[in-house]
Write a protein of this length. Structure first.
Length: 86
């Protein structure tokens, strides 16, 4: 085995620096993509929570309609029975 020359060591050092930089750029790109995905996930969670709240409001506002219809039907039945009895 021969000892490596200084120019070989410099070339290896330069190539390692290039590889390190490529890895750093790749990690930065992946980190940015992950941050974007987390942001979109948070927005989606917020939208779902908003829709759940709006749906709950609609359900609360709608409940009197069937009971009101039943009361009107019973009142109509009572009026018709009253008229029939007279």
């Amino acid at each position: 085995m021969s000892t490596p020359s200084p120019s070989d060591s410099a070339a290896v050092t330069l190539e390692l620096e290039r590889l390190r930089r490529s890895v750093e750029v790749g990690f930065a790109r992946a980190d940015g993509s992950l941050a974007l995905l987390v942001q979109r996930s948070d927005q989606t969670d917020q939208t779902i929570a908003d829709h759940e709240q709006r749906l709950a409001q609609l359900e609360r506002a709608r409940w009197p309609l069937p009971s009101l219809a039943a009361v009107v039907a019973v009142a109509g039945l009572l009026v018709s029975l009253y008229q029939f009895a007279q």
